[in-house]
Design a protein around this ligand. Structure first.
Ligand SMILES: [Cu+2]
Length: 178
């Protein structure tokens, strides 16, 4: 009986939470803070979106997919330095958000990759993004676009050389896709 009631409760939470509480910026269980995207040079075919995801539940959740009107395809990526070379790979199993914890997507690390951009990402504009979580369901957000050199939300321009050295926005530079 205990098992049954626990299961029933979980089923109700799972069914109700995303629909009832979904709003820009998160659900009752997941919040999305400080989302931002990097502006892209004209003609760029890829872009990147960053944010902080916080899981307010006692169970791990997982960002499993994303989509946006501005890109043909959206993937969850991780960038890291392997033998001195920046490499980027798709997280095919998604990105785990620990119970009661946060994960920050930022330049040089995790990011949501926009592939096959349908329009240039221009600083000062926004783009729509829908994130899909294994447990929390879909979260649709509006992402502000920051200047190309930006390195964090709200700080435009003058982000140093990072923007020019083959990062996940703009040109693919010296990165290798796995
Ligand atoms: Cu990427």
């Amino acid at each position: 009986m205990r098992f049954l009631s626990k299961f029933a409760m979980l089923a109700i939470l799972t069914a109700v939470a995303p629909a009832a509480f979904a709003q820009a910026g998160g659900t009752s269980t997941i919040t999305v803070e400080q989302p931002w995207a990097r502006a892209t040079p004209a003609g760029a075919i890829t872009g990147a979106v960053y944010m902080t995801l916080t899981n307010k539940t006692k169970d791990q959740d997982r960002l499993t997919a994303a989509s946006s009107d501005v890109a043909a395809k959206v993937q969850i990526h991780q960038m890291s330095v392997v033998n001195g070379v920046m490499k980027m790979r798709q997280l095919v199993d998604g990105l785990a958000i620990p119970a009661g914890g946060s994960v920050t997507l930022k330049p040089g690390g995790y990011h949501v990759m926009l592939i096959g951009l349908k329009k240039q990402l221009i600083a000062g504009q926004t783009l729509p993004l829908t994130l899909t979580f294994a447990k929390a369901g879909n979260v649709s957000i509006t992402v502000p676009i920051q200047a190309i050199g930006a390195t964090q939300a709200g700080k435009g321009g003058m982000g140093g050389m990072e923007g020019m050295q083959g990062n996940e926005s703009g040109g693919m530079g010296n990165m290798e896709m796995k």
